[in-house]
Design a protein around this ligand. Structure first.
Ligand code: DGL
Length: 278
């Protein structure tokens, strides 16, 4: 793949996307819809999932390794689809790599700030994302008057991976986790973890119709489109990649990934490349 792609002009090189696992496919799907002429390569770090319970040092190390792998594949731009990695490692990646590096926190924060009328926003994410206060910092950039209440919901990742997206157990867990953001007058709940969009039916039932659920996938894809155009890196419409399936790489064999992945993308995953990142 590398040799072939070295011959391509820079704007025809792929966009590299990584996440700790399957959830980042929600971002990949939006990228494919928003940028149909782009080649996409996705790395799911299934061997080292979850990131959300790990320390900043570990998430930073894994993120740098993932980014280097995608760079070796010749990518022209990096999309950090994982909220935890975006919260803890984005700035370092931006400093290290001389290409656009786009995370999911700011696009989601911007969308949430624009959508909130009550100026009270809830954020749910992994332990690491919530502890980093990355969403609070980002939301403040777009609305200094917004009051943010954040809650970590670690079990949601396992429930989504298990496919229990509309299960009684998931309702009970959601009711318990979401208690701190209820009765606070919030009208927007940011789904600050790649897995949470899979639980939307449960989350929206528990939060009620008056609370809008915001996820970063579409907003992040739009930001990638803007950035590629600004940098002169957008693929030509008549490019060879048009309509092509994304390349999927995983660091471990995962049945969950294959099953859920096809549901998220609503298409067969095609051949998956297994890679050893040490
Ligand atoms: N991808 C992670 C995120 O968006 C969730 C799963 C994990 O903990 O690795 O934060």
């Amino acid at each position: 793949m590398r040799c072939e792609e070295e011959l391509l002009p820079m704007n025809e090189q792929p966009i590299g996307v990584f996440d700790s696992g399957v959830g980042g496919l929600t971002v990949l799907k939006q990228l494919a819809l928003c940028l149909p002429y782009e080649r996409l390569i996705y790395l799911g770090d299934t061997a080292r999932l979850p990131y959300g319970t790990k320390s900043r040092e570990t998430v930073l190390k894994y993120s740098m390794r993932n980014a280097s792998f995608l760079l070796e594949k010749g990518v022209k731009c990096l999309v950090v689809a994982c909220n935890t990695a975006s919260s803890l490692a984005l700035e370092e990646m931006k400093e290290r790599f001389a290409m656009p590096v786009i995370g999911v926190i700011h696009p989601g924060a911007k969308k949430a700030a624009a959508a909130s009328r009550t100026r009270k926003v809830g954020v749910i994410g992994t332990l690491a994302t919530v502890r980093s206060r990355a969403y609070e910092t980002a939301i403040e950039c777009y609305g200094a008057d917004i009051e943010v209440t954040s809650v970590s919901c670690p079990l949601f990742v396992a429930l989504a991976e298990e496919g229990w997206v509309d299960d009684e157990v998931t309702y009970r867990v959601a009711e318990r986790y979401l208690r701190p953001v209820q009765g606070k007058g919030i009208d927007v709940l940011v789904l600050g973890c790649t897995h949470y969009p899979l639980l939307k039916p449960v989350l929206s039932e528990v939060m009620g119709k008056e609370v809008a659920l915001v996820d970063s996938a579409e907003a992040a894809a739009n930001e990638v489109a803007v950035s590629l155009r600004a940098e002169g890196l957008a693929a030509a419409a008549e490019g060879a990649a048009a309509g092509g399936a994304p390349t999927i790489c995983l660091t471990d064999r995962s049945l969950h990934f294959l099953e859920l992945g096809e549901k998220i993308l609503e298409r067969p995953l095609g051949e998956v490349e297994y890679v050893d990142l040490g």
